[in-house]
Design a protein around this ligand. Sequence first.
Ligand SMILES: Cc1ncc(COP(=O)(O)O)c(C=O)c1O
Length: 427
Amino acid sequence: MDFPASYAAWHGLSPMTDFFRDSDPGRFLVAGSGSHVTDAAGRRYLDARSSMWNLTLGHSCEPVKEAMRQQLDVLPSGTVLRYEHPPAVAAGYAARLAALLPDPLRHVRFGNTGSQMTEQAAMLSRFHRRMTGQPERRYVVAVHNGYHGTGPLATALTGEPILHEWSAPVDAYVRHVTAPTLPEILALVDEIGPDQVTAVLVEPVLGSAIEPVSLPFLTSLISECRARDVHVILDEVTTGAGRTGTMTVTERLPVAPDMVVLGKGLSAGYFPLAALVVARSIFDALADPPLRLGFPNGSTTDGHPIGMAAGLAVLDVLTADGFLAGVRDTGRHLVDLLASGLADEPAAGPVVGEGMMLALGLAYDDGEPWSVREVNRFRLTCRDHGLLTSYAPGFLPLMPPLTLSRDECAELVDRLRAALGAHKVER
Ligand SMILES: Cc1ncc(COP(=O)(O)O)c(C=O)c1O
């Protein structure tokens, strides 16, 4: 197929024909303001997917922009990768971020993407074993349909067999349970052999189903894994940085996991930024590894000052009095509005989720959930009604900016209702 030069940017996760469906450069986005974006043809959309679930403060967050501008003037580049001169702003941001998480999560590694950091979490867990005389602990247990990004190990951690097949070979020492339940996870740990397992990795809200796992489950998981000396890594790339109405889900737990992965909203989408927050015990064990090699994992732009400045300014916004309570309020308001506004729409089912991480169930007349193809078709109908959303099998994820106003909540529901009214279901 002959693509014009305007299609030179090749993204990975969708076939090019889908990605630029309609072959219309007029769809390229050229401007953003608050919760809205405008395409090259001048059409305006309400962005109910916050770019890729990360633009948590919308396009007009002046304090974040100003912090980035100032940093650009003072120290526009730098790294934490090597040598004894990390940017001071990275040290300051790490301390501030760690202080928001429960003890003993006190050490922060920086990166650019969630994939980089989930992969790094698993590798750090294994490295810790190698350095503490347990090299046979290699297996990571993750959850079927969990999403942890892409890369040789991140793809393996992601519980989608089709991705494994298409990306083969991926890391062989990852096994998946079919559902995030304690008996299943412990049974798999026992089957592999508890002394062969280094870590269990879970998302506090399963992104593939917008399904929160319970806090008692996470608490028991951490306790049971600790009893078996297995690390627990919580992937808060999506749930963290305020998305679910608290800074993290981790802070709501009575016991801390061994590592927490953060990304997406950490910089409110203004800079590629992700972090891995690590328990003191793991750090202490590795502070002086043999051969003075250090943990061999990192990239040139880790701890980039512009990202650090953005991250600090985002924390100022998130920790301002009442901000996160406001996110919880807006989330509840949106759920209520969706329930009343879509009550007459036969395809619309219940809204699930937490905070501003929501999903609308969609079903055929006989109650069967819509196929992923149908939801994707509906996403395009929404787009044609000025509303950008993600799609998933059986439901429409709704991840608007946390700063969505009451008027914008109403706009979202109006556009969704118009789209549902216009959509022709194909089965
Ligand atoms: C829970 C979770 N982990 C990891 C990732 C990967 O992050 P990134 O796309 O920044 O590599 C994502 C991205 O959607 C995610 O939702």
